[in-house]
Write a protein that binds this ligand. Structure first.
Ligand code: DAH
Length: 342
C-alpha cells in the first residue's frame, strides 16, 4: 500500500472513530495524537518518500494531522462541557431557595427621619454643626455661667486636655453657629450625635443623638412654641395625644419648660412606661434667652425666639417600649430586624 493510500485510510479512521466519553477520547489520543501513535509511524515513513513527491505527500500528511487534532480538541471541549452540565443537573431544582435578607433601618434613623419630616413640613430647614466644638459655642454663648457644673470634667469630654475644645454635649451649639452666621428670620432643625462622660448603663450612654429646633423672628411667642410642639406630638404619636409644659430651667432659655406628651401606650391610664403618671417627658424647650441673642449679634429688643431639644434615643424608647439604651449600639441583628419597614 502506497503512503498516500495509508494516509487516506488513516483519515477515514480518524473521521469514523466514535468519541463518546472521556475513555474513548483517551483512546483516540493514544492512537492518533501521541508520539507513539499511528500518525508518527506515517511521519517516519515520510522520511523515505522521494524528494519530488515530498511536497504533495507532505500536504496530505499535514491535512491528516490537522484533522486528528481538530477532532480531538472539539470532542474534548464537548465532553468537558457535558461534565459541567451534569454537575449542575445534580441540583434539586425543586428545593426552596434561601430567602434574600433585606437590611433594616436602625430605629434611631427611622424616628430621626420621621421627626425631621414633621418639622421640615412646618418650614424648618436642616442645619449642621461639628461634633468637636469650642467652649464658646457649646457653653459660654448659651449663657452657661463659668462655674456651671455641666462644664465639669465629669460631664464633658475635652479634646487634648484643652478646656476650650470639647465634644459637644448637646446640639444647642448649632443654635449659636446659625444665629452668628445668619440674620433672622431663622427656622432651623439640627440633628446629630452628642457626647457626655457617663458610665454606660441601661439608662445612660456616653454618646447619643439629639434634635434641636430654633425659631427666631420678630414677635415669636410662647404660644407659637406650644402649638409647634403640640402639632409635632400629634404627628409623631397620633392625633389623640395632648402635651403639657412644666416650668424648668436651662441657662439659654427664659422661661424654660419641660414638655410631656400623654402616654399613648396606656392612653394616660398609667403603665410602667409612664411610671403610672400618664405622661412621658419628650423634650426641653423655652424662649431664647436675650443674652444668647446678644452673644450672636442679634438685637433682643427687635427679635425673640423659641428653641427646643430632644433626645432621639428617648423618643424611640417611648415609641417602641425599649428598656435598655445599650441595645442601640450593640448591633444585635435580632433587635435590629424588628424595625423593618415594609
Ligand atoms: N440642650 C438641652 C439638653 O441637652 C436640651 C434643650 C433644652 C434644648 C431646652 C433646647 C431647649 O433648645 O430650649 O439637655
Amino acid at each position: 500500500m502506497s503512503i498516500e493510500q495509508q494516509i487516506t485510510r488513516q483519515l477515514e479512521e480518524v473521521n469514523h472513530f466514535a468519541i463518546t466519553d472521556a475513555a474513548s477520547l483517551e483512546d483516540f489520543r493514544l492512537r492518533f495524537i501521541s508520539k507513539k501513535g499511528d500518525l508518527s509511524d506515517l511521519f517516519d515513513l515520510f522520511k523515505q518518500v522521494p524528494n519530488e513527491q515530498k511536497k504533495q505527500v507532505g500536504q496530505l500528511l499535514n491535512a491528516l494531522k490537522a484533522a486528528a487534532e481538530n477532532k480531538f480538541r472539539a470532542s474534548k471541549e464537548q465532553i468537558e462541557a457535558h461534565a459541567e452540565n451534569n454537575e449542575i443537573s445534580d441540583f434539586d431544582v425543586s428545593l426552596p431557595t434561601v430567602p434574600n435578607q433585606f437590611g433594616a433601618l436602625h430605629p434611631l434613623t427611622i424616628v430621626g427621619q420621621e421627626v425631621m419630616d414633621i418639622f421640615t413640613k412646618m418650614g424648618f430647614t436642616l442645619s449642621e454643626g461639628p461634633e468637636i466644638e469650642t467652649d464658646w459655642n457649646n457653653f459660654s454663648a448659651l449663657n452657661f455661667a463659668d462655674n456651671h457644673p455641666a462644664r465639669d470634667m465629669q460631664d464633658t469630654f475635652f479634646v487634648d486636655k484643652n478646656p476650650d475644645i470639647l465634644l459637644r454635649t448637646h446640639t444647642s451649639s448649632v443654635q449659636i453657629r446659625t444665629m452668628t452666621e445668619q440674620k433672622p428670620p431663622i427656622r432651623i432643625l439640627s440633628v446629630g450625635r452628642v457626647f457626655r462622660n457617663e458610665t454606660i448603663s441601661a439608662r445612660a450612654h456616653c454618646m447619643f443623638h439629639q434634635i434641636e429646633g430654633l425659631y427666631v423672628n420678630t414677635k415669636v411667642s410662647f404660644a407659637e412654641l406650644k402649638q409647634t410642639l403640640l402639632h409635632f406630638a400629634k404627628e409623631l404619636f397620633g392625633h389623640k395625644v395632648q402635651i403639657r409644659m412644666r416650668p424648668s430651667y436651662f441657662p439659654f432659655t427664659e422661661p424654660s419648660a419641660e414638655v410631656d406628651v400623654s402616654c399613648s401606650l396606656c392612653h394616660s391610664k398609667g403603665c410602667n412606661v409612664c411610671k403610672y403618671t400618664g405622661w412621658l417627658e419628650i423634650c426641653g424647650a423655652g424662649m431664647v434667652h436675650p443674652n444668647v441673642l446678644k452673644n450672636c449679634g442679634i438685637d433682643p429688643m427687635q427679635y425673640t425666639g423659641f428653641a427646643f431639644g430632644m433626645g432621639i434615643e428617648r423618643i424611640v424608647m417611648l415609641k417602641y417600649n425599649i428598656k435598655d439604651l445599650r441595645l442601640y449600639t450593640e448591633n444585635d441583628i435580632r433587635f435590629l430586624r424588628q424595625f423593618k419597614i415594609s
